[in-house]
Ligand binder design. Structure first.
Ligand SMILES: [Zn+2]
Length: 385
């Protein structure tokens, strides 16, 4: 990587040099032309000689410039080849196009969802017409609302966000979200920034009351900040002026909005691609190892032979697969659901009952399938994800 970086530096220098030289040549060209015009104006009988001289000079300068550019392009092409040599990976071994065969409709639906949740509504309409996948109007309207409100936040207009948060107050509270207060806080800060004490006090009186129980400390702090209104940036309250507050409120709004409607805060397509891309190096490695050592093709199994490290934001727990039965278990199921054994291992209720059955003589005592711990059915606890 260091070598590529060095080569890049060299290329940037070369590009700058070529640019400077070209500029100098162009200036020279202009000067030559102006000189010639001057000479002809002074003595028109010399025009033929002057023009011949000018033509020769122009040819020389033009060919110099072309040569410089040729050199630059040859360096660019060398650089791109060097990147290919260093970074190009043969993906053939882990590329399994058949996996996606017959799943065009699912893929198109995923793409459609992505366009909608990215606010690309026109693109979604066109895609819907071309792919035949219907647009979910409900989802589209929800995201349309989200984007209108986010647009407002970007314009520093908190009105639409505040209206939405007040309408969803109960559910936000249930989700332990502080969003409505944070929005009011930011609105209040705008009055401070504008040096408008009466409006700030009025705003606080009208809006902070309902948050007294949950945000009293913060409200006190906001009230005291008025004392420093003339020089907030140089006061213990300077954090209230941080420009990042707007980015924070935007992300918090998106997160809480998606959470209320049951959407993940990041596009599933984006997450899948990020996870897929980060899985490529370990998969190539394991593929090479398996082929050399045991001659096993990992693609024959439905599970990956290695653990792929994921960021917390890329982990989802909406689906639980029982490690014993290998079946997906509904986390909210009535009869079958995830249960945690005494040792902390989690299996499905059905698998648990299966394990107890064969051990009646020990009063339902059974051994965990993954560790030596023994327990009885009553010790297993239902787990909610
Ligand atoms: Zn265990």
């Amino acid at each position: 990587m260091e070598q590529i970086s060095n080569e890049f530096e060299k290329l940037v220098k070369k590009q700058k040099l070529t640019c400077d030289q070209t500029q100098i040549n162009i200036d020279k060209l202009i000067n030559q032309i102006n000189d010639s015009i001057q000479k002809i104006d002074n003595d028109s009988s010399q025009s033929s000689t002057v023009l011949t001289l000018l033509s020769n000079k122009l040819k020389t300068l033009t060919s110099q410039t072309i040569d410089n550019h040729k050199e630059l392009y040859s360096s660019i092409s060398k650089y791109s080849k060097s990147i290919d040599r260093k970074l190009k990976t043969n993906l053939d071994t882990i590329w399994k196009p058949n996996v996606l065969a017959g799943k065009e409709e699912i893929i198109n639906s995923i793409l459609m969802s992505h366009f909608i949740r990215e606010g690309q509504f026109d693109l979604a309409e066109t895609f819907s017409k071309e792919s035949g996948i219907p647009i979910s109007d409900e989802k589209k309207n929800q995201f349309q609302d989200l984007f209108n409100i986010v647009e407002g936040i970007k314009r520093k207009d908190l009105g639409p966000a505040l209206k939405w948060a007040s309408e969803k107050r109960d559910i936000l509270k249930k989700n332990n979200s502080n969003l409505e207060f944070e929005l009011h806080k930011l609105q209040y800060i705008q009055y401070l920034i504008n040096n408008d004490i009466p409006s700030a006090i009025q705003y606080a009186k009208s809006n902070f009351g309902i948050f007294g129980e949950t945000n009293f400390k913060e409200i006190k702090r906001l009230a005291c900040s008025i004392l420093y209104i003339k020089h907030l940036d140089n006061s213990p309250y300077s954090d209230l002026l941080a420009p990042s507050l707007w980015d924070d409120i935007e992300s918090q709004f998106k997160r809480d909005f998606c959470s209320i409607y049951g959407f993940s805060s990041e596009s599933p397509l984006y997450t899948a691609i990020m996870v897929g891309a980060s899985s490529i190096p370990p998969l190539i490695k394991i593929d090479t190892i398996l082929k050399v050592k045991k001659n096993i093709d990992w693609s024959a199994n439905s599970e990956l032979p290695v653990e792929i490290p994921l960021l917390d934001s890329q982990r989802y727990h909406t689906v639980f697969t029982c490690p014993v039965s290998k079946e997906q278990v509904d986390c909210n199921g009535k009869d079958n659901y995830p249960t945690m054994l005494l040792c902390g291992h989690i299996i499905s209720k059905e698998s648990l009952l299966g394990l107890c059955k064969g051990n009646n003589i020990y009063k339902h005592k059974f051994k965990c399938p993954y560790c030596p711990t023994e327990s009885i059915e009553a010790q297993a606890k239902r787990v909610y994800f």
